[in-house]
Design a protein around this ligand. Structure first.
Ligand code: PLP
Length: 386
C-alpha cells in the first residue's frame, strides 16, 4: 500500500503546549502549561444547559446559532464594549473562538495571502493559517514593553497583504492594546484596506484599572473588523467548544456557511447555557473573576521574582512570560524541561510563541488555577532557589 497523508499534515504537528502537558503527566507534575482555568463554572451557565437538555433542545441549531445566544451576545457587546451589533446577521456562533477563526480564514482569505501577526502569538492562529496556505508575516513585540510603531507595520506590507491579526488582552504576553496603539492599527488597516481579525477571548480579564477596548469600536473599524471571542475563558468551559464571530453580515454569512460545512452547528444545549450565563451574570461577576486572576498574578509573579526568574507582569489575560536566561539549557525548550525536572511544574517554552530568538529566553506559565494548586506550584518553584 502506498497511501500518503496530505501535504498539510506536517503543518499541524503536536503543539509545544501538548508536548509539555504530556511530559508533565509523565512526572506527575503541576500543569501550568495549558491555558485551562480550573475555576468553577457559574451556576446559571450549568442550569441553562441542563434545562435546555431537559426541555429537548438537543437538535441541530441554525448554522449561525440559537437566537437566544445571538441576542445575548449582541446585548453583552453593547453593554461592555459599546458596540452596536445586529444579532440577526452579524453574529455567528461557532465551536470555540478557534473554530470562528478557522472559518473566518476559510471564508475571507485565500492561499498565498499574507497576514500581519504580532509575535508573541497564539499558536492556533499561525497553524490555522499555515494549514490553509496563508502566510503569517511577523511584527515582533519584545519585553518588557511589547511596543510597536507604525513603521514596524509599514515595513511588513507587500502586494499580498490582506489582513492583520491582533489579540487583546494577549496570550501569552498579557498585553492590553491601548487606544493609541489601536488607532495606529486602524489607520494602517484603512491605508492598506485590510481585514482586521481581533481575538478578544480574554476581554474581561484586565488588571490595575485598565480598560479593554474592542478594536471594532474605533471610528471606521466596524466595517473591516472580525471580532472573535468565546466562553471558554470567561465561564471556564474550555471543553464546551463555544465561541463566536461578529462582523459585516455578508462575511458573517460566509463564515457561518463554513462552520456549517465542517460541523453543522455548535452544541445546542450548551449554547443555551452560555445565553443564560450572559443574561443572568452582571458586571460584578466579570469583575470578581478578573480580580481573582489579578490576585493570583501578583502572588505568582512575586514568587518568580524571588527565585530569580524575572516575570513580565501581564496587564490582562492569565499568563506570565518569565525570563529564564539564568537557567541551564541554552534554549527555551531545554529550560522548560529543566524546570519541570527540578520543580515538577510545567510551563511552555517561549519558542512556541516566537519565530525568532526572543522566545528562547522566555517561558509561559498559566496562573488561572485554584488557589491550593497554585500554592503547591509556587512552593515547588521555590525549590529552585534552594
Ligand atoms: N484565542 C486565544 C488567544 C486563546 O489563548 C485561546 C485559548 O487558549 C483561544 C482562543 C481558545 O478559544 P476557544 O476555546 O474558544 O477555541
Amino acid at each position: 500500500m502506498s497511501l500518503k497523508v496530505s501535504k498539510r499534515r506536517p503543518l499541524v504537528a503536536q503543539s509545544e503546549i501538548r508536548n509539555m502537558s504530556i511530559e508533565c503527566a509523565r512526572v506527575g507534575g503541576i500543569n501550568l502549561a495549558q491555558g485551562v482555568c480550573d475555576l468553577p463554572v457559574p451556576a446559571p451557565v450549568i442550569r441553562g444547559a441542563e434545562e435546555a437538555m431537559e426541555r429537548g433542545s438537543n437538535i441541530y441549531t441554525r448554522f449561525d446559532g440559537r437566537v437566544e445566544l445571538r441576542d445575548a451576545i449582541a446585548a453583552k457587546q453593547k453593554r461592555y464594549a459599546g458596540m452596536d451589533v445586529n444579532p440577526e446577521g452579524q453574529v455567528v456562533v461557532s465551536a470555540g473562538a478557534t473554530g470562528a477563526f478557522y472559518a473566518a480564514c476559510l471564508a475571507l482569505l485565500d492561499e498565498g495571502d499574507e497576514v500581519i501577526v504580532f509575535e508573541p502569538y497564539y499558536g492556533y492562529h499561525i497553524v490555522t493559517m499555515a494549514s490553509l496556505g496563508i502566510k503569517p508575516v511577523y511584527v515582533t513585540l519584545a519585553p518588557p514593553h511589547w511596543n510597536f510603531t507604525a513603521e514596524d507595520l509599514e515595513s511588513k506590507v507587500t502586494a499580498r497583504t490582506r489582513a492583520i491579526i491582533l489579540n487583546t488582552p494577549s496570550n501569552p504576553a498579557g498585553k492590553v492594546f491601548t487606544r493609541s496603539e489601536l488607532q495606529c492599527i486602524a489607520d494602517f488597516a484603512e491605508a492598506h484596506d485590510l481585514f482586521v481579525f481581533t481575538d478578544e477571548i480574554y476581554e474581561h480579564f484586565v488588571f490595575d484599572g485598565r480598560e479593554h477596548i474592542s478594536p471594532a469600536t474605533l471610528p471606521g473599524m466596524a466595517r473591516r473588523t472580525i471580532t472573535i471571542s468565546g466562553f471558554s475563558k470567561v465561564f471556564a468551559v474550555t471543553g464546551w467548544r463555544l465561541g463566536y464571530a461578529i462582523c459585516d453580515p455578508e462575511w458573517a454569512l460566509a463564515i457561518g456557511h463554513f462552520n456549517d460545512l465542517v460541523y453543522v452547528c455548535a452544541p445546542a444545549p450548551l449554547q443555551l447555557g452560555a445565553a443564560c450565563g450572559l443574561r443572568e451574570l452582571g458586571p460584578d461577576y466579570y469583575q470578581s473573576v478578573s480580580d481573582d486572576h489579578q490576585l493570583k498574578r501578583d502572588l505568582f509573579c512575586s514568587t518568580l521574582k524571588d527565585i530569580g526568574l524575572t516575570p513580565h507582569v501581564p496587564e490582562g489575560a492569565y499568563y506570565t512570560l518569565a525570563d529564564v536566561t539564568s537557567l541551564p539549557g541554552g534554549n527555551a525548550k531545554a529550560r522548560a524541561l529543566f524546570l519541570l525536572e527540578r520543580t515538577g511544574v510545567a510551563c511552555v517554552p517561549g519558542s512556541a510563541f516566537y519565530e525568532g530568538e526572543v522566545g528562547e529566553g522566555l517561558v509561559r506559565f498559566c496562573f488561572a488555577k485554584e488557589m491550593p494548586v497554585l500554592e503547591d506550584a509556587m512552593a515547588r518553584l521555590r525549590r529552585l532557589g534552594e
